[in-house]
Design a binder for this molecule. Structure first.
Ligand code: FAD
Length: 377
């Protein structure tokens, strides 16, 4: 936004006023809102969250038109991994998880589970179920696909010598075993080649997953990251199979709206942080209030920076940030059609992808049960 661009080129007047709070959170994406929610839930009231946009949400922002709500970025949450305790607590609070089945698997709100069919792929002039290429394969290709997923299943079950799962979400809980870490030093494509995977369909699928999750190609994603995509997800649900996913018409905007609702006036929109300094006593954050075109300083005991790395680098000139970190730009469109898209083969799904296309496909916001049942879409 133009407010954000001020950070790149703008000069700001020296802050004219000092405001005090215990904790200041910079950034109202799902991370910043989640941090604020944790504070509020713990009964902590003296904090402020600053976001430069008119509405918080960041990359999980959403929109709404006369047909339905729709996501602008993040559009689903996979079934929660067993390690994802913080998100599980949030989902319980928001009644997205409504209870637990006899085996301990969570029961999800049925309105939040993606309606079937969830995914289809267009190849050879027709749609097939699921995104893993399955039609027109030679016997070798079919065997290779099976071998690949069996290997990923083994990785998913593997526990490192440090007692941690090989690939976990949250990332920090993943095993640090040397042979696993070594996967971070080679590209996903090099690993595929080393392991004897030659099928073009499988190579396309793995590349698609890397583009979808990391915004870059499989030759530029490490084998550790590439495998993490497949091997970290171990979520279960009492009322869905393990491929199930959690979504709403507005995608993850459903979560950011609800989080922002809880935080209420502690969220200040259209407020840009332009400098952050910390010392043993706490933090000072200089901000520009775009609505009133004035600057002020927030002094706090602690600051939570929930901003992208490239912004953090501008806010804290001396911060030790991960070297070589870069971002991929995304172009997203929301399109309203007069009639539902069809095609030969498998019927319209929530996620629809075309083989070999440079695009990542489209999700149909109105395929969410909440939309389909509660409103006329
Ligand atoms: C197209 C797309 C699709 C995606 N799909 C999924 C998905 O389906 N599921 C999923 O889990 N993830 C998905 N992701 C990833 C997910 O959106 C992000 O990981 C997540 O939203 C990041 O949240 P965040 O709070 O860390 O950062 P951000 O969302 O980037 O939030 C940063 C916030 O900081 C604010 N800000 C920045 N600078 C300043 C400043 N100087 N002062 C004040 N405020 C500032 C911004 O306005 C923003 O609100 C997708 C991402 C994209 C782009």
């Amino acid at each position: 936004s133009s407010i954000g661009h001020r950070l790149r080129g703008g000069t700001f007047a020296a802050p004219g006023e000092i405001r005090r709070t215990d904790v200041v959170i910079v950034g109202g994406g799902v991370a910043g809102l989640g941090a604020g929610y944790r504070l509020a839930r713990a009964g902590y009231d003296d904090f402020l969250l600053l976001d430069l946009e008119a509405t918080p949400g960041g990359n999980a922002a959403s929109g709404r038109n006369e047909v339905s709500a729709f996501p602008w970025g993040a559009h689903y949450v996979p079934l929660l991994t067993q390690e994802a305790r913080a998100v599980r607590a949030l989902f319980e609070d928001f009644a997205i998880i409504t209870g637990y089945g006899p085996t301990g698997a969570p029961l999800y709100d049925e309105y939040a589970l993606c309606a079937d069919p969830s995914e289809r792929l267009y190849r050879y002039g027709r749609w097939q179920d699921g995104l893993v290429p399955a039609i027109g394969l030679t016997d070798e290709e079919e065997a290779e696909t099976k071998r690949f997923f069996a290997t990923m299943r083994d990785f998913r079950r593997r526990v490192g010598t440090d007692g941690r799962r090989a690939f976990a979400i949250p990332l920090d809980l993943s095993s640090q075993d040397a042979d696993l870490m070594a996967l971070d030093a080679i590209a996903m494509t090099a690993w595929m080649e080393r392991e004897g995977y030659r099928s073009p369909g499988l190579a396309w699928y793995v590349d698609y997953c890397c583009r979808d999750d990391y915004g870059t190609r499989s030759q530029d994603v490490s084998a550790w990251a590439g495998i993490h995509y497949f091997a970290s997800r171990n979520g279960r649900a009492a009322d869905a199979d393990e491929q199930g996913l959690v979504t709403w018409p507005e995608g993850n905007g459903y979560l950011t709206h609800r989080l922002a609702e809880v935080l209420g006036p502690r969220v200040r929109s259209r407020t840009l942080a332009f400098a952050v300094e910390t010392d043993d006593a706490g933090a000072a954050v200089d901000v520009w209030d775009a609505a009133e075109d004035k600057t002020f300083r927030v002094e706090a005991k602690a600051v939570v920076l929930a901003t992208p790395h490239f912004v953090t680098a501008r806010l804290m000139k001396h911060a030790a940030l991960a070297a070589g970190f870069s971002y991929a730009p995304w172009a997203v469109a929301n399109i309203t059609l007069d009639s539902l898209p069809g095609g030969t083969g498998a019927g319209l799904s929530w996620d629809n992808v075309v083989f070999d296309s440079p695009l990542l496909g489209y999700v149909v916001a109105t395929r969410s049960p909440r939309c389909a049942r509660r409103t006329r879409c």
